[in-house]
Design a protein around this ligand. Structure first.
Ligand code: NAD
Length: 501
């Protein structure tokens, strides 16, 4: 007898009933902005207003930073034994998984990604990140220096104090978790400023952390606009470090804010224009083409590491482009709450206009639009764009130089290895890159030559919490994930002891 299929979830019914609470969370309590002002949280699925969100500004940020500092100074979190912090953060991770469907629904309603991925990627990755840093924190040892026998020098890592986390809208929970995991596990207090385009899950994360036993004041969330709440947090004189993920433009401002205030540490995780380089000696062209389509169109192309510059040897480029174009129907945008949808809505009408502007620029600069290029599902009132592939792109065109952050791929042809490396590196960005070759020497040679924080060989999607994530050049200077992230949220301290006798 075959097992009856599990009842599918009626996401539309759930969406109509899900509570939307846009208040900030400061010192363990949900509060309105002190001004009483709000802004509308709009769903990109259909342009509908989901509800009001507190418009946090300088006074709210100040209240959150004071709460965070008081919690830190009291030692009620920082002074707990690592194993005790571990247990609370593990419970936090368990709560995230228990609230999986609610969190996934909020994420999809708020920023338009397909529900299947909010459920299978965003919530599990967020929970795993918190659990991983929880597990790590009572296994990381400090050092004793090899000093002369009459002295002992301890080199310890101390929590910094108050961390400001400012995150973007493309993976709202995951980006927050990449800061929260190491910062909280190390004993810091955190003030999180989510993007005004996707604020809802951040406050739920903080509520779930409280329920798990995180003391009030340790994890605060102030929603609001970048130029108001974001600026106030980055300028605050009592914030010790800013963990920032977002655009290179805003990353520059973070450095200015630090220099204008207290020289706080700034860790920037910024934009990308990653090169995907395919040589003719990689036998399985179809696999490379399917991979680049999957990686490029995942999350509507709104991924910092999307392989948006595809460099293909001229001898195989026609066939490669044909296979990529054949993949396009699989990625046609659908309703994000339909479990079969693989590409959803862009985050808002501004992003829609930005992406359509780049498509126009590609066309007017002479690139050939092989597939896509149009807005889709207009009748819904939401913000959808077809998966789009441009061939005949040169590396000087706007679509090759600027980060589009939408489902638009540029194919650039090259003649030989030297040209491929030079084109790949001719970008202000250096987040990720990929080389496809079955010649082991070439694969190593090119991987070494590519200037990027991560280089993939013959694949693109490998990713794990155990490895650092971040870029070089104007893609930033920080590294999220892995044990290295503890370095960002701790200070090295040296303690000398004299030993007499
Ligand atoms: P953004 O820079 O516009 O905003 C990011 C955050 O900064 C938001 O919370 C925003 O409110 C805040 N902000 C904006 N202006 C501010 C200001 N003047 N002062 C203080 N805060 C301000 O970026 P976005 O559009 O939200 O996100 C997309 C960008 O993020 C892309 O460039 C993408 O590549 C990048 N990103 C990078 C990574 C990475 O790990 N390198 C990961 C995800 C996204």
């Amino acid at each position: 007898m075959t097992k009856p299929a599990a009842n599918p979830i009626d996401w539309a019914a759930r969406a109509a009933a899900v509570p939307i609470d846009g208040r900030a969370l400061i010192d363990g309590r949900r509060v309105d902005a002190s001004s009483g002002e709000t802004f509308d949280c709009v769903s990109p699925i259909d342009g509908r207003v989901l509800g009001p969100v507190a418009r946090g500004a300088a006074a709210d940020v100040d209240a959150a930073v004071r709460a965070a500092r008081a919690a830190f100074d009291s030692g009620r979190w920082a002074a707990q034994a690592p194993a005790a912090r571990k247990r609370i953060l593990q419970r936090f991770s368990e709560r995230l998984l228990a609230a999986k469907e609610e969190l996934a629904l909020l994420e999809t309603l708020d920023m338009g990604k397909p529900i299947q991925y909010s459920l299978s990627v965003d919530v599990p990755a967020t929970a795993r990140c918190i659990a991983w840093y929880a597990e790590a924190i009572d296994k990381v040892y400090d050092e004793i220096a090899p000093t002369p026998r009459n002295a002992l020098a301890l080199i310890t890592r101390e929590p910094m104090g108050v961390i400001g986390a400012i995150v973007p809208w493309n993976y709202p929970m995951i980006m927050a978790a990449w800061k929260l995991g190491p910062a909280l596990a190390a004993g810091n207090s955190v003030v999180l400023k989510p993007s005004e385009k996707s604020p809802l899950t951040a406050m739920r994360l903080a509520e779930l952390a409280l329920e798990a036993g995180l003391p009030p004041g340790v994890f605060n969330v102030v929603p609001g606009y970048g130029h108001e709440a974001g600026e106030a947090l980055a300028l605050h004189p009592d914030v010790d470090a800013i963990g920032f993920t977002g655009s290179t433009r805003t990353g520059r401002r973070m450095l200015e804010y630090a220099s204008r205030s207290n020289l706080k540490r700034v860790y920037n995780e910024l934009g990308g224009k990653s090169a995907f380089v395919v040589f003719p000696d990689f036998g399985d062209l179809a696999r490379a083409a399917r991979t680049v389509a999957g990686s490029m169109f995942f999350n509507q192309g709104e991924s910092c590491n999307a392989p948006s510059r595809v460099l293909v040897h001229e001898s195989i480029a026609d066939r490669f482009v044909e296979i990529v174009a054949e993949q396009a129907p699989r990625y046609q945008p659908g309703h994000p709450l339909d479990p079969a949808t693989v590409m959803g809505a862009l985050v808002d009408d501004i992003q829609l206009r930005t992406v359509m502007g780049y498509i126009d620029a590609g066309q007017s600069e002479g690139a050939r639009c092989v597939t896509g290029g149009r807005q889709a599902r207009r009748e819904t009132g939401g913000y959808y764009v077809e998966p789009t592939v441009f061939d005949g792109v040169t590396n000087t065109m706007k679509i090759a130089r600027e980060e589009i952050f939408g489902p638009v791929m540029s194919v650039i042809r090259f003649k030989d290895e030297a040209e491929a490396v030079s084109l790949a590196n001719d970008s202000v960005y250096g987040l990720q890159a990929s080389v496809w070759s079955h010649d082991i020497n070439r694969a190593h040679r090119v991987a070494r030559a590519l200037k990027a924080g991560t280089v993939h060989v013959n694949q693109y999607d490998e990713d794990d919490i155990t490895v650092p994530f971040g870029g070089v050049k104007q893609s930033g200077n920080g590294r999220d994930k892995s044990l290295h992230a503890f370095e960002k949220y701790t200070e090295l301290k040296t303690t000398w002891l004299r030993i007499d006798g």
